[in-house]
Design a binder for this molecule. Sequence first.
Ligand code: GDP
Ligand code: IMO
Ligand code: MG
Length: 425
Amino acid sequence: MLGTQWGDEGKGKVTDLISQDFDYVVRFQGGNNAGHTVIHGDTKLALHLIPSGILYPEITPVIGNGCVIDPKVLIGEMDKLEELGIQTSQLRISNNAHVIMPYHRDLDGAFERRLGANEIGTTRRGIGPCYQDKAARTGIRIQDLLDEHIFREKLETALLEKNALLEKIYDLPTYTVDQIAEEYLAYGDRIRPLVCESAQMLNDAAKAGKWILFEGAQGTQLDIDHGTYPFVTSSNCTAGGACTGTGIGPTGIDRVIGVVKAYMTRVGSGPFPTELYDEDGKTLGTVGAEFGVTTGRPRRCGWYDAVIVKYAAEVNGLTDLAVTKLDVLSSFDTIKICVAYEADGKRYENVPSQQTAFHHAKPIYEELPGWKEDITGCRTYEELPANARAYIERLEELAGVPASIITVGPDRDQTILHGWKTRQR
Ligand code: GDP
Ligand code: IMO
Ligand code: MG
């Protein structure tokens, strides 16, 4: 299960909804840049790092090797859940996931400031700098937190470079080994019982016939390879990331669910052809309550972009769509769908291969009639107004993928199962 747009498609809700069918729910990339909302009873929970399956004690939530972990945030999230009476001892953390260090957070902010008007608009959680160290093979992994000698040795090497960067280039305070070691080794002690060789554990589980749900963070257009580079995150949010980020081979994956909002949103900078600056955009933002879960920033809003979702269907090999927030469109007389772009006098049926063309691509819309009635109480496909069904059918047609889940409100039960069969294999 993954995002098909620019994140915030409603992955948390969809995971929460279908996770009851699974034995494991696994995050495979990203870190606490994610903000996944799940409604637990009367409480609205924002999860950043812990998989949304945590709400069910019989499910094993796993943070896979492809993730980057800020241990302070992880422990804070665990404590918060425990306070709410939600058990966290079943959580498992990959020994090979990388650790977000204090200097990663500092450098994330510093890189952004250096870019000025060209900033990416990152969440400033240290995600990019942590993945940078992973790729440079100088990163610190979760297993290193469990071995004081190794941790101090790696930290000392890292600080030689990071302190120079912080001080000489960015004019920021530096760190000592002792300062960080004291804090981070204590985190290591706290999470020690949860750390495991997760690839082995998951493969053993798969062999034993257990069901595993991979919970993507961010979205296809934020993928480092397939997204709107450089305005992306630093990991593979697309389906392949579920393999590299967990150690399960591609033949072990049966279905790929693409979560797709019934319109588009984006936080941070970068191209967004269907972005609206008018009253319609404001309505989407207000009715959809489009504010970032992690940073609180208002999300940019626009009409549905079928070009982008068709691309997501291809690069992820989607088998199902989960269309979310259909209720938000109920207030419009007519609803637009972008079916192609125009740039420099040329029509594009697919995402333009040249970044600059995508930056100034103008959407070519088709217009569908709205339904103008409250659909938040609909629980079957037949209960939806004919125009809402026509909208869904057009999205299915344009993506070439069936919409087997449709959501009409934030609560777990505000969902229409339209062909999604529980425990399907
Ligand atoms: P995620 O990052 O993909 O998990 O999505 P977020 O949690 O960041 O943002 C999705 C927001 O939409 C959350 O506030 C959800 O509670 C809300 N939401 C999810 N599904 C629906 C829906 O069908 N209708 C409405 N109105 N809100 C929804
Ligand atoms: P979920 O999982 C929306 C965006 C940031 C920025 C870019 C890079 O809730 O869908 P980063 O901090 O990752 O280096 O920022 O990616 N971004 C998200 N946007 N939802 C998210 O997560 C995001 N995680 C990162 O706004 O544009
Ligand atoms: Mg989110």
